[in-house]
Design a protein around this ligand. Structure first.
Ligand code: GDP
Length: 441
């Protein structure tokens, strides 16, 4: 395509092995890899629960935990020690650039997991959108203690659930948490499960994709081990970690063209090269490949790569990777850009039509377009039709206003071209609120 920069492979002395990556992948008998986001109301116990999971799986050791415990006691917040486990690493991974998505990894026998996003961070929604767009499933944490469930449902619980659904997440594991505060009441668990289930199915989740577990992150009951409180003996099912494991492996879009949305850009790879990290949405890459960064149309070659922070020769869709690139000037790169093959670059557009689920009133308005780590100022410039929620058929042409909860087809424009293709998912935000979630048509 026009305007592509030249890459002189001879100069860069990269010798790729020209592997048949798909055959290599088959041979490697990979572990299932699953990415998930953790959602739920503030104080539902998300950080504590994830800290407990990592601790009980021995990803974090006692010494580290003791260190956090001391620190949090010094600040008068003893119970927060487990929650702090999750935040470690954010600082340690400081490579001179801000990292939007804190990553935490752990493995069980069959699966290697990545927890996307850092729950509890203040500007949570944009981070969560970035995380949700890469997630295979979500863990919804619900505070079962009296009163808190009810206020959580009015609060972020519903918004988060709608958001992850509109980002394409289909499966949710629901941790009904803090059951120790209600003496492991089975009635309370049933009542909450029913309400949450009713809400999630109305938001478009299939009931067979929902799994519920009664648990307490603080004490570790039904997280990695089964609850040892006798009051919890009515629950015959598996602990949380088994429900995570039984999440089906993703169908990997291996044979589609390469697409990697850049999360982060840093220097410090091979010979201090320019490196980018992100998840391979589709396709595959190997050392020696020439790639194109869109929308800048800058070409570069892959000098080296890492999969899950280990050096590798190739990577396939679904994996979290770091690519070490030949010199591309950082001024051409930003997070949210997409890496593609020169033979099949992603389209970059300034105007596109979406089917949008409105969370707030949507009308001709300024908004911010979010796609993963991409944020672009834009506007809704045309309301084409209001659609029937179930069938998607137009029920009303040229509406003046889209009410919360309705679905419509609208045109969005942005100032600078953004890489977007049909099937891509975007979020519209205005004034710090999520106004809608859209599917690019
Ligand atoms: P987050 O905002 O969802 O990440 O919530 P935190 O993990 O920070 O927890 C909020 C508060 O709930 C803290 O004081 C925790 O100690 C407490 N908490 C978390 N899990 C449990 C639990 O299973 N039982 C009880 N009783 N308290 C919990």
């Amino acid at each position: 395509i026009q305007g592509v920069s030249e890459v002189n492979i001879e100069d860069t002395k990269i010798r790729g092995k020209n592997l048949d990556v798909l055959a290599e992948f088959e041979r490697s008998k990979p572990k299932n890899a699953a990415n998930f986001v953790v959602i739920g109301h503030v104080d539902a116990g998300k950080s504590t629960l994830m800290g407990r999971l990592l601790y009980d799986l021995k990803v974090v050791d006692q010494r580290t935990l003791d260190k956090y415990r001391k620190e949090s006691e010094r600040l008068g917040k003893g119970s927060f020690a487990l929650a702090w486990v999750l935040d470690q690493g954010t600082e340690e991974r400081n490579r001179g650039v801000t990292i939007d998505i804190a990553m935490n990894k752990f493995e069980t026998e069959n699966t290697s997991f990545t927890i996307l996003d850092a729950p509890g961070h203040r500007d949570f929604i944009p981070n969560m959108i970035a995380g949700a767009s890469q997630a295979d499933f979500a863990v919804l944490v619900i505070d079962a203690s009296t009163g808190n469930f009810e206020s959580g449902l009015k609060g972020q619980t519903k918004e988060h659930a709608l958001l992850v659904r509109s980002m394409g997440v289909q499966r949710i594991v629901i941790a009904i948490n803090k059951l120790d505060t209600v003496q492991w009441s089975q009635d309370r668990f049933n009542e909450i499960s029913q309400q949450v289930s009713a809400f999630l199915t109305s938001a478009g989740f299939l009931s067979r994709n929902l799994a519920f577990v009664p648990c307490a992150g603080l004490t570790g009951d039904n997280i990695v081990r089964k609850a040892d409180d006798p009051k919890a003996s009515w629950y015959p099912g598996p602990p949380l970690v088994s429900l995570l494991e039984s999440s089906k492996p993703v169908t990997r879009a291996l044979e589609k063209p390469l697409r990697l949305t850049i999360d982060d850009i840093f220097r410090g790879g091979i010979q201090n090269s320019l490196s980018v990290s992100g998840r391979l949405d589709s396709g595959n890459v190997q050392i020696g490949d020439t790639v194109l960064v869109m929308p800048a149309k800058e070409a570069g070659a892959i000098k080296g790569l890492e999969v899950d922070s280990e050096p590798a020769e190739w990577a396939v869709a679904g994996q979290n990777v770091i690519l070490h690139l030949t010199e591309i000037d950082t001024k051409y790169l930003k997070s949210g850009d997409v890496i593609c093959p020169p033979s099949a670059p992603i389209q970059c557009v300034t105007s596109f039509t979406i089917k949008v689920l409105a969370f707030e009133h949507v009308t001709l308005m300024h908004c911010e377009v979010h796609k993963g780590t991409l944020h672009a100022p834009g506007r809704v410039t045309q309301l084409i039709a209001q659609l029937d929620k179930a069938s998607g058929a137009a029920v009303k042409g040229k509406p003046r206003l889209i009410k919360p909860g309705s679905v419509a087809r609208v045109v969005v424009e942005v100032d600078d071209p953004v890489p977007l293709e049909p099937g891509g998912r975007v979020i519209l935000r205005a004034g710090g609120e999520t106004v809608g979630a859209g599917l690019v048509e």
